[in-house]
Design a protein around this ligand. Structure first.
Ligand code: FE
Ligand code: FE
Ligand code: ZN
Length: 278
C-alpha cells in the first residue's frame, strides 16, 4: 500500500487532523506534538484520540508520525536545555500512548561546540532516560542536512547513537530526502548506492519513514531549505525512483514541502500518479 500524507497543523485536535488528511487525499499525516517553541502541550482528550483511531481504521491509514518541536536540543552544551529536551520528549511519549503503534520523530540536535562525540553520547543518554520497555511508539532519529553543528547528517553518527541505546527495539530512523541530499548523499543519481550505504552503516530494518521534500539547494550544500516536489534540485525523476524503490515502497511518506492544504492535495495526487503499484 502507498502510504502518503503531509504535515498538518494540529489545531482542532486529533480528529480534525484525520479529517484534513482525508481532504487532501492522504492516508497518513504528520503533526507537531506542541508548538515549535516547545511550550506546554494541551492535555490529551482520550475521546478525541479514539475518534482519530476509528477514522484511521475505517480509512485504512498507515502509521502516523508525531514530530517533536524542532527547537529542542538534547545535545546542547547547556545542561538546562538538554534537560528541557528530555522532559519534553518524555512527556510527548507519554501522550503518544493514547495513540499506540505510531511513530515519534525528533532532530538529534546540535552539539553547539562540544564536538560530535560528546553530542552523540548526550543524545543516546537522553533516549536511555526516556525510552520505556512497555511503550507502544517507535522513536525516530531524523537524518539531517548538517547545517551548523547539527548531528545526524552522516549515517555513521546515527548508527553511533543507536549503538548506545539500550532499548533498540523502540528506535528507528526517518530519512528526509532534502536533508540527505543537502548532506551530500547522491539520491538523485545513485539511490541504490545510498541505500546500500544506509544498510551497511545503520541497517535498512531501522528505516521506518520518509520525509519527501525537494531541496532549494544543490547536493552537499548543508542548507536545509525545503522545496515543492519536482521544483528543486532533487527533481521529479528522482522522486519517481524513490517512491517506487523496492526497499522504500512500503514506508510511510510525509510531505514537508512549502504548501497550503491545496498544494499538498496536488502533490499527493502527483505522487500517487507516479506510483507503479498502489
Ligand atoms: Fe524534521
Ligand atoms: Fe524532515
Ligand atoms: Zn528540514
Amino acid at each position: 500500500m502507498f502510504t502518503i500524507g503531509c504535515h498538518l497543523s494540529s489545531s482542532g485536535g486529533f480528529l480534525a487532523m484525520g479529517e484534513r488528511a482525508l481532504q487532501v487525499g492522504a492516508n497518513t499525516f504528520q503533526f507537531f506534538t506542541r508548538n515549535p517553541r516547545g511550550s506546554r502541550a494541551k492535555p490529551i482528550d482520550p475521546s478525541d484520540a479514539e475518534a482519530l483511531a476509528a477514522l484511521m481504521k475505517e480509512n485504512r491509514f498507515g502509521t502516523i508520525l508525531a514530530h517533536a518541536p524542532y527547537t529542542i536540543n538534547p545535545c546542547s552544551k547547556t545542561g538546562r536545555t538538554r534537560e528541557f529536551a528530555r522532559e519534553t520528549m518524555a512527556d510527548d511519549l507519554a501522550r503518544m500512548e493514547y495513540l499506540p503503534g505510531n511513530l515519534y520523530n525528533f532532530h538529534p540536535g546540535s552539539h553547539t561546540g562540544q564536538g560530535t562525540g560528546a553530542g552523540i553520547e548526550e543524545i543516546a543518554d537522553t533516549l536511555n532516560q526516556i525510552l520505556r520497555e512497555d511503550q507502544h511508539t517507535t522513536v525516530l532519529l531524523e537524518t539531517m542536512a548538517g547545517k551548523g553543528t547539527e548531528i545526524g547528517s552522516r549515517f555513521e553518527e546515527l548508527a553511533a547513537i543507536i549503538d548506545r541505546v539500550q532499548l533498540k527495539d523502540h528506535v528507528g530512523v526517518c530519512l528526509d530526502t532534502c536533508h540527505v541530499s543537502d548532506a551530500g548523499y547522491d539520491i538523485i543519481h545513485h539511490l541504490d548506492d545510498v541505500l546500500d550505504e544506509f544498510d551497511g552503516v545503520i541497517g535498512l530494518d531501522r528505516l521506518k519513514a520518509l520525509h519527501l521534500n525537494d531541496s532549494k539547494n544543490p547536493p552537499g550544500s548543508h542548507k536545509d531549505r525545503h522545496e515543492k516536489i519536482g521544483k528543486g534540485a532533487i527533481g521529479l525523476d528522482a522522486f519517481r525512483r524513490i517512491i517506487n524503490h523496492e526497499k522504500l515502497k512500503d514506508l510511510p511518506c510525509f510531505l514537508e514541502t512549502p504548501n497550503e492544504l491545496s498544494g499538498y492535495a496536488e502533490e499527493i495526487r502527483l505522487l500517487r500518479s507516479m506510483r507503479e503499484e498502489n
